[in-house]
Design a binder for this molecule. Structure first.
Ligand SMILES: [Zn+2]
Length: 129
């Protein structure tokens, strides 16, 4: 990939507004001209549909497209990565919702002593393209 395009994608990814539209994860410019130029240069519409349902990016809860804002400390055991809506549900002491299979598979790979994921287990989690 062209290094300038890759750099621009990384910047847009970092600063774009995260949203959910009709149950789909999207990135938005928020009307900021720098992001509008970035989206245009990449050929991305606004909103841009985010299709990668990755660990640490999109909520672990089944059928949820929310962006992760809380990692760990909810519905233990497990180091669930959840969106603000599901964090609110946890704060209201609602029962643990059904989690996505990728999250269940990830948690099954944790070291029982350290709680860490091995590098092999994390391989499938790295990157978002
Ligand atoms: Zn969620």
């Amino acid at each position: 990939m062209n290094k300038y395009r890759e750099a621009l994608e990384e910047m847009v990814w970092q600063f774009a507004y995260r949203d959910v539209k009709d149950g789909i994860s999207v990135l938005r410019t928020g009307g900021l001209s720098a992001l509008e130029f970035g989206f245009a240069a990449l050929g991305w519409p606004d909103p841009y549909v985010w299709t990668y349902d990755g660990d640490g990016i999109i909520c672990d809860v089944k059928d949820c497209a929310g962006w992760v804002c809380v990692q760990g400390g909810v519905w233990e055991p497990g180091y669930w990565m959840i969106c603000s809506s599901h964090h609110d549900a946890w704060l209201k002491k609602q029962p643990k919702p059904e989690m996505k299979q990728r999250a269940i598979d990830r948690e099954a790979k944790r070291d029982p002593v350290t709680g860490r994921l091995s590098l092999v287990a994390r391989e499938g989690c790295e990157g978002f393209r």
